[in-house]
Ligand binder design. Structure first.
Ligand code: NAD
Length: 429
């Protein structure tokens, strides 16, 4: 029997924090405050099912830190949800908001459930039940939820409606990720993927590479990947391969076309879950390769935009020496051992907390528009996003250069010191 401890994301989040706390020389009280969430809620949600019986679900909401502003983070519906996963994600949200310097803290929520087993009406009752349990502890000026794994704009609208029913009056800023026209922001769809490319553009400049002289390989072909590919191609880059998950085969495939993939052509043969039709892809001239082949393409940029823990000790040697930049579109795609190898190789790492922060930045813009009850054009949203992401990238890369730090460490140093400073200035520590 293996004695290896199962992977626990909160352990990992705390280890990352401990490393940065060491770099910053934080005092004991600051460490104790930031190593754990400020507040945690765990509650039962009884839901009347369509057959008249009642099932009780378990819900969580964790507010890791709100020294810089109301805490912000999605609500996940997942059968394997745990308090520890929610704690880790809440902590990562605190750092992500701080690194892009938006006035928000970090939170996360979850419900242990599989929405596939629930009808639409049961899901609606679950959303409303979740909000009733937590309505006094969240709100536009305290803690603002958003969609996440297996929750959608529709779930957000049900939650908003329940929140407004409990409190009376309209409060669109209570939740983000709403549909456009119902308080949602234009540009939210593009925000995370475009944000990744704003950061890649900064890295290319720093490495004195012209986008048109670079190639990329991408894991995933969902929301983040498709929009990242769109903007990267617009600035002149070539994408040679993308990979995605095949629901039917329950396996991943890589789709390669040289000199480069055609985004419009691929989108036309992709389902709404980001799965590409293999037969049609072959007809369009794509090589259909095993799912992990995206990792070993001869490219300058790797863009993991699917899942956590994809570049690991087991496959790091397959990453080609041509790779100069890794942009983490997904959360936590690089394992700690692989990360160390990449650091030693001098690969320019754009860490998740910076690379994919475009999403939460646009959610913040959504809240700002809700508060004003005035909505910006898409160009205005994307222009503001570009400025925020570029400023954050430059702050991190400048610190990395000045202090000879790995980009991930530099991003963490900036984020953690901003939060620690806010706690100190408030007189908490
Ligand atoms: P999505 O569901 O739209 O797309 C996921 C894609 O990954 C799909 O194409 C799917 O086929 C593919 N995929 C799944 N398993 C795979 C595997 N084993 N190998 C190859 N491909 C696989 O999701 P998304 O919104 O694009 O999010 C992608 C990642 O980015 C997630 O880690 C998410 O947490 C993170 N993220 C997303 C946002 C956002 O705004 N959407 C913001 C921050 C971080």
């Amino acid at each position: 029997m293996s004695t290896r401890k199962p992977f626990n994301s909160f352990d990992m989040a705390q280890e990352q924090f401990d490393h940065v706390a060491g770099l910053l020389g934080l005092d004991r009280a600051t460490i104790d405050l930031l190593r754990w969430p400020l507040r945690e809620y765990s509650f039962a949600i009884p839901v009347r099912l369509d057959d008249g019986t009642t099932r009780v679900f378990r819900g969580f909401r964790v507010q890791h830190n709100d020294a810089r502003g109301p805490s912000k983070g999605g609500i996940r519906f997942h059968p394997a949800e745990t308090m520890d996963t929610v704690r880790a994600l809440a902590m990562w949200m605190t750092w992500k908001c701080a690194v892009v310097d938006i006035p928000l803290g970090g939170a996360k929520g979850g419900v242990i459930c599989d929405p596939h087993d629930l009808s639409q009406r049961e899901q609606e009752r679950l959303c409303r039940g979740y909000v009733r349990q937590i309505a006094k502890n969240v709100g536009p000026v305290t803690d603002v939820p958003a969609p996440d794994v297996m929750t959608s704009a529709q779930h957000m609208l049900w939650m908003l409606d329940e929140f407004e029913t409990v409190h009376g009056g309209k409060a669109p800023g209570f939740i983000t990720g709403k549909p456009v026209g119902m308080g949602g922001s234009l540009g939210r769809k593009e925000a995370t993927g475009y944000g990744v490319v704003f950061a890649i553009r900064g890295a290319l400049k720093e490495l004195e590479l012209r986008p048109q002289d670079t190639r990329a390989s991408v894991q995933g072909f969902g929301n983040v990947a498709q929009h990242a590919i769109e903007l990267y191609q617009q600035i002149g880059g070539t994408v040679v391969a993308v990979s995605c998950w095949d629901q039917q085969d329950q396996t991943a495939y890589t789709f390669r076309k040289l000199p480069g993939v055609d985004l419009a052509e691929l989108r036309a043969i992709t389902d709404r879950f980001g799965g590409i039709d293999r037969e049609k892809a072959r007809d369009c001239g794509y090589d259909v390769l095993p799912g992990d082949q995206w990792l070993e393409q001869e490219v300058e940029i790797l863009l993991p935009a699917a899942l956590e823990h994809q570049i690991t000790a087991d496959n790091i040697e397959r990453v080609r020496p041509t790779v100069r930049i890794i942009a983490e579109g997904a959360n936590g795609p690089t394992g700690p051992i692989a990360d160390q190898v990449l650091k030693e190789r001098g690969v320019f790492m754009i860490p998740d907390l910076l690379a994919n922060a475009g999403g939460v930045t646009c959610s913040y813009f959504e809240q700002v528009q809700n508060n004003m009850n005035y909505y910006w054009e898409k160009d205005e949203v994307l222009g503001k996003l570009d400025r925020k992401m570029t400023a954050a990238f430059l702050a991190v890369s400048e610190l990395a250069r000045k202090e000879n730090l790995y980009m991930r460490d530099a991003a963490y140093v900036i984020a953690v010191s901003r939060v620690a400073e806010a706690c100190r200035e408030r007189g908490w520590i």
